[in-house]
Design a protein around this ligand. Structure first.
Ligand code: ATP
Ligand code: MG
Length: 565
């Protein structure tokens, strides 16, 4: 390929719309362009990178027993009604109606379609296990599309579905995918960390997310400094506290005019936030409940929802809070409350704690569990944070931000039962197929690679996913000798099967170097008058910014050895 011919318009300026480095460089290096909010077109260089990522994915999935299929993007509403997700999916789903008024959606994911496919043709245990995957566009009308292809509304996903006879088979499929994911991301040059993930309604220890750590990440994770426990905070378990020692003192009202926040209360009473009972009133399936957590912690609503086993959970409005507590917002407490109370472990061990008094401008001291209030349930409902004790080993949690590039998930029989995808086992008995699903955000992976591999001049592609391995830059293409040497080397590298691009433009060398650095080709060979006199060229290694002089006659061999060929 020649730079004069390739459609790769680079930009000098940082586009105003792009906040993240990966987004900026994808636009500036001419890898993609925005078509609409959260919708992008990929240009040739971008497509080359995507194809490399997809090929790595294909190789590893095929090796693990996966078979590639291609499912429709347009999916009929009926299947989603069968699974119950047509309504559940909400506004994120792009919906459409055909000329006969039949409803469809643009697939945000493909569990329904693939389960319906398999139920029609799989009859016997002999046809299992199966692992089917596709690489295709997904559509989600994200509330806040941002960061370019990290959170877009149309994006490329690899989704694989496993079909097994039993849990044991599923465990094997899951492990095979977990291992394949580790290899895929490492071959893409990505440093990822698998963390335990929330499994929504399905529950159990059934899912891992592969996270790329970095401050730009939208997810928060905690990991133990002493053991290998790591989890998304949505999911991270918290260890119970030890009960405090001490004798119960009598309840005592404290006037706290206008003190409606933990910070103000801590300041006024000069006590540690951990001694305060924070009382949050929620509507769980429209019925009020109180959730208690210590003042230095926050409620994890995902955990709370699971404990309550409710379908909807929202913070109560001021009117409800006043009706339930008899006080304005900011003075709720557990004493005298006549609604279900869920207490977190962080408050269940407190002796002589401080809480709202359910009375305007008043708090109450020396609150003791089981004397002054009786919780309906004591449970782990708080959000894990840095400094907390690890549930597994008692070590200490650290927190970090991360971007999820992939997720593996044991579905069990959720979809096979709903869609009646059954098979006959060895005894001729009908059983639901046991399923798993496994996604990788292909376009998001591309951006994540740039987040991990760049510097102030541009992208530094890992060789495995670079759009070309080598760029040849003659300092002056007009110069006959330089041109001849560059063309000859170009032919030789091409013939050796090395992916090479030749900058044959009549541009100043500075412009050519800037573009090459921005696009991030791993190796640049500069052909200039001085070195050419001695039959040499300069090899520049993008990632380390190091230069070596190599005889022209040895360059092909040199590059081959750098590429491990
Ligand atoms: P998130 O929590 O980031 O919204 P998710 O858990 O909803 O993602 P999955 O349904 O697990 O996503 O999708 C599988 C993979 O697809 C994710 O791991 C992620 O890499 C990618 N992905 C999901 N949503 C988007 C999006 N809006 N834009 C780009 N990639 C996405
Ligand atoms: Mg996910």
């Amino acid at each position: 390929m020649r730079v004069s011919q390739i459609y790769a318009p680079t930009l000098r300026e940082v586009p105003a719309e792009a906040e993240l480095v990966s987004h900026q460089y994808m636009l500036r290096a001419g890898l993609m362009r925005r078509a609409a909010s959260g919708v992008y077109s990929y240009l040739p260089l971008g497509v080359r990178v995507l194809q490399k990522i997809m090929n790595i994915i294909r190789e590893e999935l095929n090796r693990a027993g996966g078979q590639e299929i291609l499912l429709p993007i347009i999916q009929p509403a009926e299947l989603w009604h069968e699974s119950g997700r047509w309504n559940e999916y909400g506004e994120e789903m792009f919906r459409l109606t055909d000329r006969h008024q039949r409803e469809f959606c643009l697939g945000p994911t493909h569990e329904e379609i693939v389960t319906a496919l398999v139920r029609a043709d799989v009859r016997s245990y002999k046809q299992l296990p199966l692992m089917l995957y596709q690489i295709q566009n997904k559509y989600r009308d994200e509330i806040r599309p941002r960061f370019g292809v990290i959170r877009s509304r149309e994006f490329i996903m690899k989704d694989l579905y496993s079909f097994d006879r039993d849990e044991e088979g599923l465990d094997k499929s899951y492990q095979a995918m977990y291992d394949a994911y580790s290899r895929i991301f490492s071959r893409c040059g990505l440093d990822t960390r698998p963390v335990e993930a929330d499994t929504g309604a399905i529950g159990g220890d059934n899912s891992h997310e592969f996270m790329v750590l970095g401050d730009a990440g939208e997810d928060l994770i905690v990991y133990c400094q002493d053991c290998d426990y790591a989890a998304n905070v949505e999911r991270a378990e918290c260890a119970p506290f030890e009960a405090e020692e001490g004798s119960w003192q009598s309840l005592e009202e404290i006037p706290t005019p206008n003190v409606t926040t933990i910070e103000k209360l801590v300041e006024l009473l000069e006590i540690d936030a951990s001694r305060l009972i924070k009382t949050m009133i929620y509507l769980a399936d429209d019925k009020p409940i109180a959730a208690l957590v210590s003042g230095n912690n926050n409620i994890n609503e995902i955990k709370l929802k699971k404990v309550l086993q409710c379908d909807t959970l929202v913070l109560a409005d001021a009117g409800t809070i006043e009706a339930v507590t008899g006080a304005p917002v900011g003075f709720a407490g557990p004493v005298g409350l006549e609604i279900p109370i869920i207490a977190d472990y962080s408050v269940s061990g407190l002796v002589n704690a401080v809480a709202g008094a359910n009375k305007a401008d008043t708090h109450i001291a020396n609150v003791n569990i089981n004397r002054d209030y009786i919780p309906t349930k004591i449970a782990d409902i708080r959000e894990a944070k840095a400094g907390d004790k690890c549930v597994r080993c008692g070590g200490t949690f650290t927190s970090a931000r991360g971007t999820e590039v992939g997720q593996v998930f044991k579905l069990g029989t959720k979809y096979s039962k709903a869609l009646k995808a059954n098979f006959l086992d060895e005894n001729g008995k009908e059983q639901p197929i046991v399923m798993g699903c496994y996604g990788i955000g292909v376009s998001r992976t591309m951006a994540a690679i740039i987040e991990q591999h760049h510097d102030e001049d541009g992208i530094c592609w890992p060789i495995s996913v670079a759009p070309f391995h080598v760029i040849i830059v003659p300092v002056s293409y007009k110069d006959e000798e330089q041109r001849a040497a560059a063309e000859k080397l170009y032919e030789e590298l091409n013939a050796a099967g090395i992916e090479v691009i030749l900058d044959d433009r009549n541009e100043r060398p500075g412009v050519k170097f800037k573009d090459a650095d921005l696009i991030g080709y791993p190796y640049r060979i500069t052909i200039g008058p001085k070195q050419l006199q001695d039959g040499n060229a300069e090899l520049f290694i993008r990632s380390s910014k190091t230069k070596v002089v190599v005889p022209l006659s040895e360059i092909v061999q040199h590059i081959k050895s750098l590429l491990n060929r």
